[in-house]
Design a protein around this ligand. Structure first.
Ligand SMILES: C[S@@+](CC[C@H](N)C(=O)[O-])C[C@H]1O[C@@H](n2cnc3c(N)ncnc32)[C@H](O)[C@@H]1O
Length: 422
């Protein structure tokens, strides 16, 4: 599903039908860099505000083409408050949609990391925090930097209920698996050195080699675990250059590799390349890499979950899901929300015929889907999607009671209309 509209209104509408149904939310909200366009909610009547804004017309164009958002600059006095006020109710609503074993991954940078962590601590609960992942955003360069080259951003991970979350595993990459070249009745393994003296291990004790030589060192595991492994045939002594080496079988984990909190591989350049490949250069310049969304999808156990992105931009998340389904034989579904943000008349995107970001997002899904079908053996792969548009019919006015925000956020009725079937 692709829904055009302000995500606050749309999230309100999804509350009943998608309550507890979403396994993973990935969002990449505006980072609040001082140049970002931020949608200004009018909490008394957000929908009227939305429709009024979406009625804006560019000179010479008659039909409504999109919403003009205003820049949230540092000089505005309410710089951080504006951003926090924008994010808070949206995350509050998003949490209700998460399944009990679901999680949310939020891309962010230093501008709002601290505030975002605080908002999430409050909404999801501190105990449901999983990790702050650091992602390398670019490699090389840096000469344009003011003080130093900032080459990373973050992905904040929160669960709905930490006790229902499994460890985050990702499949081993091929190169890594090649190390596990030996096999016994318990599976694949390789011989790893038992000494950990250079890695600051505090497990220091003496091990006696088969010829009685005493080997005192810092070891990978404590002594009782060593004795058990030795007894189980998991440890061997090998003479290397006349010195004893103690070695242990490192076994491949059937679940895959544990996810790490530093991501080195998915830079912004990859995101830009992918979107350029489908839509042309500079049509959308801040897309995230497809592999980043896939990275988090790898830890979903089910094969047919629903994944939500309510700041979907150029639809990176949709492309990730379609590709993932093709590669992994899964059947995950996407639910994307995007405001029809107007496109600057001077931009390449405008010249290419796009009038708002939804048009870009939908076109990318169509082209990415077609390409996959072209290349895939599975010609039945489902690449279709429906488009809905936020509408004003039978919507109740929202008059929030700030002491009971959750209740007042939940009072709206269904009112999105289907406009396209792709
Ligand atoms: C940083 S971009 C996301 C880029 C996306 N991850 C990609 O790879 O293409 C943030 C997007 O959120 C959209 N957005 C901002 N405020 C919104 C709102 N209130 N409702 C829905 N979308 C919104 C913006 O139009 C922008 O396209």
């Amino acid at each position: 599903l692709y829904i055009e509209g302000d995500n606050l209104e749309v999230l309100k509408l999804l509350q009943k039908s998608y309550n507890n149904k979403i396994k993973m939310i990935y969002i990449d909200p505006p980072y609040n860099t001082g140049k970002d366009f931020i949608y200004s909610d009018n909490y008394k009547d957000n929908l009227e505000n939305y429709l009024e804004l979406s009625d804006q017309v560019v000179k010479g164009e008659r039909e409504s083409i999109g919403i003009k958002l205003s820049t949230n600059t540092e000089t505005m006095g309410r710089y951080h408050s504006n951003w926090i006020n924008m994010m808070y109710p949206r995350l509050k609503l998003a949490k209700n949609l998460l399944d009990n074993d679901g999680f949310i991954a939020i891309s962010i940078d230093d501008n709002e990391l601290v505030n975002l962590k605080k908002i999430c601590d409050e909404i999801f609960g501190e105990k449901n925090f999983i990790a702050t992942i650091v992602r390398r955003t670019r490699k090389g360069g840096g000469s344009m930097s003011k003080y130093l080259s900032s080459d990373h951003d973050y992905v904040l991970l929160f669960s709905k209920n930490i006790s229902k979350i499994n460890k985050f595993y990702i499949p081993y990459d091929k190169k890594y698996v090649e190390r596990y070249c030996e096999k016994d009745s318990n599976g694949k393994y390789y011989w790893d050195t038992f000494a950990r003296n250079r890695q600051g291990s505090s497990n220091s004790y003496t091990i006696t080699a088969p010829d009685g030589t005493e080997l005192t060192d810092a070891w990978i595991y404590k002594k009782d675990k060593f004795l058990k492994l030795l007894n189980d045939g998991e440890v061997r002594f090998k003479k290397l250059k006349n010195k004893w080496s103690v070695q242990v079988k490192q076994r491949i984990n059937a679940n895959g590799q544990i996810m790490r909190s530093i991501i080195n591989d998915f830079t912004n350049e990859q995101g830009t390349k992918s979107v350029n490949g489908f839509l042309g250069k500079e049509v959308f310049s801040y897309a995230k890499p497809v592999e980043l969304v896939k990275y988090f999808m790898k830890s979903i156990n089910e094969k047919d979950s629903i994944i939500l992105d309510f700041f979907s931009g150029s639809s990176t998340t949709a492309q990730s899901i379609i590709e993932f389904n093709n590669d992994e034989k899964t059947n995950h579904k996407f639910l994307l929300i995007q405001i029809p943000e107007m496109i600057n008349i001077k931009s390449k995107a405008y010249k290419a015929g796009y009038r708002n970001i939804c048009e870009i997002g939908k076109e990318r899904i169509r082209r990415a889907g077609d390409k996959i079908i072209e290349e895939s053996d599975n010609k039945d792969l489902d690449i279709g999607f429906k488009v809905f548009k936020l509408d004003s019919s039978n919507l109740e006015k929202w008059d929030p009671d700030y002491n009971n925000l959750e209740q007042t956020l939940l009072t709206n009725k269904e009112n999105i209309n289907q406009i396209e079937q792709n």
